[in-house]
Design a protein around this ligand. Structure first.
Ligand code: AR6
Length: 175
């Protein structure tokens, strides 16, 4: 599914984010920037050890923060590591909003035109998928309405249920 917002494209895809050919893919990271399971595990496996080496040099970031490394052997040239909230730690909505917006800012700071997000925090971190879809989509739409060089944002959902939830949220009500 593809939708246009302020002449920018938001696209929903069902699949594996490590196969995306966007300028950057976003990793659902932790504060220590240690690549564990889920999206991070897939990135580590397909991207090779260089990505973890670069993360270790950066050392870490805050919940809601985002940092960039190269993409190693991935099709995407860069990986933006965004730290979403762990369900139950408090202030989760605000932290997920920050993780989304900071990822987009990092992409802009590096003159990237396209970026692919997973549903941050909805796996190991236990955040509800419907709340995630609402927060990530509405904030991305707001961001794209402002001054940005980003032309295309993909949300890459791992299963059909997650895809359907994002599809439902990507309606005129979220504008
Ligand atoms: N492509 C797209 N989406 C995926 C993929 C994939 N290859 N694999 C999983 N998902 P998660 P989190 C979906 O657990 O909850 C790691 O250990 C998955 O179904 O990757 O933010 C990190 O190192 C879910 O909907 O991220 C952190 O410590 C979503 O991506 C911690 O987990 C996010 O699941 C981060 O947990």
């Amino acid at each position: 599914m593809k939708t246009n917002f302020a002449s920018k494209i938001i696209e929903l895809v069902e699949g594996d984010i490590t196969e995306m050919e966007t300028d950057a893919i976003v990793n659902a990271a932790n504060c220590q920037l240690i690549l564990g399971g889920g999206v991070a595990g897939a990135i580590k496996k397909k991207g090779g050890p260089k990505i973890q080496d670069e993360c270790s040099k950066i050392g870490g970031t805050f919940v809601g923060g985002a940092v960039i490394t190269t993409g190693g052997n991935l099709k995407a040239r860069y990986v933006i590591h965004a730290v979403g909230p762990r369900m139950g730690e408090g202030n989760e909505d605000e932290k997920l909003r920050n993780a989304t917006l900071n990822s987009l800012k990092v992409a802009d700071d590096n003159n990237l035109k396209s970026i692919a997000f997973p549903a941050i925090s909805t796996g190991i971190f236990g955040f509800p998928i419907d709340r995630c879809a609402k927060i990530m989509l509405s904030n991305t739409i707001e961001y794209l309405k402002e001054q940005t060089g980003i032309e295309r944002v993909v949300f890459c959902l791992f299963d059909h249920l997650a895809y359907q939830v994002f599809e439902q949220q990507l309606t005129p009500e979220t504008e």
